[in-house]
Each structure stands twice: as C-alpha cells, then as structure tokens.
Design a protein around this ligand. Structure first.
Ligand SMILES: Cc1ncc(COP(=O)(O)O)c(C=O)c1O
Length: 311
C-alpha cells in the first residue's frame, strides 16, 4: 500500500491472516497485518503518527522534533511521514559516536541513512544527555519555539487514540488480543478499543516492571495483563535462538517478523499455548506492529560477528 499525503490521514483497516490452529485444544491464532500498511510507516508507527502529525499541521507548527536510537523504527517512520507532509523534522539521536558516521553518509546504518535521505536533521547526544529530555527540548525550543515534540517511541495521548483504530468491529469475536510492548502506547490503544469480554495481553520487549504503571496512566480499563517472560534478555539483545525460531516461522507462514518486538510476542503465544495457558477453543488475534526496516542494519552487525542472519 502506498501512502499519499491525504491517505495518511484516512482510516485504514488491515486484514487478519490465519497463522496457526492447534487441533488438540482447538485454539486458533490470527495475525493482524498492520505491517502491510507501508514498508516504513508500518504498523503502530502509522497509528501513532497519524493524529500527532495532524495536530502539528492543524496548529501550524513549523517543525517536528523527536527522539530515538540508531536503529529506531520511530525515527525512520517520522522522517518519511514528515517528508510526505512537507514538515521539516529533527531526530535527537542517542549516541554521540554516531556523528562520525555522518561524514560517511551513514553507510553502515541504513536507518539513519534513510532518515537523512528523507530530509531529517540530526542532533547526536551522549547517552547521559539523552536521558534529560526536558533539557534537550528546551535547547531545541530556544532555537525554534514553534517545534512540535513527539516523545521517544511516539507514545502520547494522540498516539493512543491512533492505536485504538487498529481494532475494528469485526475483531470483537476474538477472546484475546496480543501485542508486543515497548512504551505501552500501542497496548493502551488496544485496551481502550477492545470489548470488556476480551482480554488484551502484552509481551514487553524490555526487561523491568515500569510498564504496568505506564499503561495504567494511559487507561483505567482492567481487561489486560502483561506477560514478562519473553523479553529474551531485553531490548535490542538479539537472541540467536529467537532468530532461528523466527526464520522457521517465516518459512512456514511467509510472514516476516522482527527480532526486537513481534517475534518475541509470537514465540510467547506459541509457548503459552503449548503450556496450556489458554483454555480450549480460544481465538487469539496477534497484532503485527511492523518494524521490519531495522533488519538490514541488524544483519550487517550479525554478519560481521559471524552470527546467524535474519532471513
Ligand atoms: C515494531 C514495533 N512493535 C511494537 C512496538 C512497541 O510499541 P509501544 O512502544 O507502543 O509499546 C514498537 C515500538 O514502538 C515497534 O517499533
């Protein structure tokens, strides 16, 4: 699907694709193919940016500023979307050492290279400075007081509103809705949109217990839980076992996953089914939140280290 400026602000409904049936328990798993919205502004990136960018345009901001790491899906999606709507944007990027890559046109980092080609300006900061977002924000505002800030990972109230649109009326017959989580914004949108008879289950990609409180701040509903057993060492820790598993998932289903988010969720769902976590006849809808753009960059690093590659 090609996103045009006008389409970017329209409603998009994605297909649910059948993935697995477990005959002994009659459990079925479907995948909501949000990844097919667009190769770059894919999945939850599209959903999170939609109302944020609309807000920036409607309120006549003259630039967008956001934050992210070197392989961030959010950075590349924001760069592409801002180019599409002719809004200048700046990415504040974690890691001052990356500045040196700029002179080589980010040749070893396809994410930053792509974002730069889309016209994104970069400000590289140390990991320490990156933690103080308020200070960074004030520095940017001093230069351009008419900047619209989107938080790291894209999560805020407008992002949650966009993520509510992932589900439609036809999805009400599923018992469980599943999603991978980083900041929790996507899960909060799903929780708000799900019926009270449905249970939303989140699979955090990061270690730690902060997410429960973050999500509680975004929604008061109670029809959800987090399963923290499938982070595979935490964010950006690529597990060779998980990569072999997702490669075999791809061979069987032709659905490509990413090792930071969606593969952890799908692995978790399969493992939970095998361990009789879900009751018989359960229907599960797993959301494919996209994020496949980072795979090339991850493979380059893995190739240099002689590790197994993502197919
Ligand atoms: C592909 C992908 N899936 C899931 C997530 C997690 O989303 P959230 O930060 O809203 O929890 C992200 C990060 O935004 C992502 O890039």
């Amino acid at each position: 699907m090609n996103i045009h400026k006008s389409l970017f602000f329209e409603d998009i409904k994605t297909e649910n694709e059948f993935v697995w049936k477990f005959p002994s328990s009659n459990i079925e798993v479907f995948m909501k193919r949000e990844d097919l919205i667009h190769p770059i502004v894919s999945g939850n990136k599209f959903r999170k940016l939609k109302y944020n960018l609309k807000f920036a345009l409607d309120n006549n901001y003259d630039s967008v500023v956001t934050f992210g790491g070197a392989f961030s899906n959010h950075i590349s999606a924001t760069a592409y979307a801002c180019q599409l709507i002719n809004l200048p944007c700046t990415g504040i990027i974690r890691g001052e050492e990356l500045e040196q890559l700029a002179s080589k046109n980010f040749i070893s980092n396809p994410t930053l290279q792509f974002a730069q080609q889309c016209g994104m300006q970069f400000k590289f900061v140390s990991r320490n400075a990156y933690r103080d977002k308020e200070k960074l924000q004030l520095e940017c505002l001093a230069k351009n007081p008419n900047s619209y800030f989107i938080p790291e990972g894209g999560t805020n109230k407008l992002a949650v509103k966009g993520c509510q649109e992932i589900l439609s009326a036809e999805d009400k017959h599923f018992d469980y809705i599943a999603s991978s989580c980083g900041t929790g914004g996507t899960l909060a949108g799903l929780i708000k949109a799900a019926g009270n008879h449905q249970h939303v289950i989140g699979f955090p990609a990061l270690k730690g217990s902060f997410l429960q409180q973050e999500i509680q701040q975004l929604t008061r509903k109670k029809n959800w839980s987090l399963n923290t057993n499938y982070h595979f060492g935490g964010y950006a820790k690529l597990s060779s076992e998980l990569i072999s598993w997702m490669n075999s998932f791809f061979r069987k289903t032709k659905i490509r996953l990413d090792p930071i988010y969606t593969a952890k969720m799908m692995y978790g769902i399969e493992d939970l089914i095998k361990n009789s976590f879900f009751r018989k006849n359960t229907r599960i809808l797993a959301v494919h939140t996209g994020g496949l753009q980072g795979i090339n960059g991850m493979n380059e690093i893995r190739k240099a280290k002689g590790l197994n590659l993502i197919d």
